[in-house]
Design a protein around this ligand. Structure first.
Ligand code: PBG
Length: 331
């Protein structure tokens, strides 16, 4: 029998995803409870779903041809150490197990971060709580990196043990990709690809997501660990470092205000590239189309064409299910 290396298995998973017509990934927010379908006010058509409803929705999405989903969890309780993130019975872990059991052929990606699970809403372990008057902090004064990496790796491992097909670290913590690659390799998960949220800008476009995931920071902002929107060089450096650390696919996020970054990453690196068409971009389209100011179907198609034209191989978008439905209807 020939031994297939982890790397080639990971490559194959990504190539399969990239070949799928459209290669749009649909995000879902999962909550505890049963028969829950809580609307997210700032994202019409998007809901926080309990696992039972999630399974039904994803089965339907799969039936429409959606190849992959990415999951975000909202735990019942939040604490300083974000313990819901790496609990084997945590919300994402439960959702993954059910989806893998009940929905054939769906590729399940999990977002690996702490901000939805920490009481303060930051993506790492906070070292020193700043004065209320202070909003800016230097990364090293603010985040305790080593325990943060420990918890992020535990989170990635528990998602994978639950059955996740790919993990997507989004905390923007230095060394997170390398640390996660290493823990997965040591635990028999060499074949699981890592999608690095490599070029993740500190963006106002994440506003509606933070409503959906209940993850807005309680103090300060994420500018000490997310990128400043003004430059492309730091973004390219982050991408290079994620690839060196072992990312199988890298991401630019948000998409629309950063099409030049997508282009630059595509031109410079030979790895698959994802773009995240984020919550604020979705909210603007929904608001304008609800007001009757734009044609939703056409504007979504033009936006997704633009993101792909810039160089994205895969687009994570809340429009994925609508697009699949429109396509099915032959529209
Ligand atoms: C977690 C995370 C965020 C998004 C994806 N993963 C929020 C943030 O960084 O505040 C945003 C996605 C969106 O806006 O749709 N760190």
């Amino acid at each position: 029998m020939t031994k297939v290396s982890g790397r080639s298995q990971r490559k194959e998973i990504l190539q399969k995803l990239m070949r799928k017509d459209g290669s749009l990934v649909m995000p879902y927010f999962v909550v505890e409870g049963k028969r829950r379908k809580n609307p997210v006010a700032s994202m019409p058509g998007v809901f926080q779903l309990s696992v039972d409803i999630l399974v039904k929705e994803v089965a339907r999405a799969r039936g429409l041809g959606i190849p992959a989903v990415i999951l975000f969890g909202i735990p019942a309780r939040k604490d300083l150490l974000g313990s819901g993130a790496y609990d084997n019975d945590g919300i994402v872990q439960k959702a993954v197990r059910e989806l893998k059991k009940k929905v054939k052929g769906i590729l399940v990606i999990t977002d690996v971060c702490l901000c939805e699970y920490t009481s303060h809403g930051h993506c790492g372990i906070v070292k020193k709580f700043p004065e209320a008057s202070q909003s800016k902090h230097a990364f090293t004064d603010f985040i305790d990196l080593k325990p943060t990496l420990d918890l992020l790796t535990r989170t990635a491992l528990s998602h994978t043990e639950a059955g996740a097909d790919m993990v997507a670290p989004s905390a923007m913590m230095h060394g997170q990709v390398k640390a996660i690659r290493s823990i997965l390799d040591r635990n028999g998960f060499k074949h699981i690809p890592i999608m690095g949220y490599s070029a993740k800008f500190a963006s106002v476009f994440y506003g509606p997501f933070r409503d959906a995931a209940e993850s807005a920071p309680r103090f300060g902002d994420r500018s000490s660990y997310q990128l400043n929107p003004s430059g492309v060089d730091r973004a390219l450096a982050e991408v290079a470092s994620d690839i060196k650390e072992g990312a199988d696919i890298v991401m630019v996020k948000p998409a629309l205000a950063y099409l030049d970054v997508i282009r630059a990453v595509k031109a410079k690196f030979r790895v698959p590239l994802a773009a995240y068409n984020v919550s604020g971009e979705y909210a603007m389209v929904k608001a304008a189309s609800r007001a009757g100011w734009v044609d939703e179907k056409k504007i979504v198609s033009e936006i997704l064409t633009g993101i792909k034209r810039a160089g994205a191989d895969i687009v994570i978008t809340y429009h994925a299910r609508d697009v699949a439905r429109w396509k099915k209807k032959g529209g």
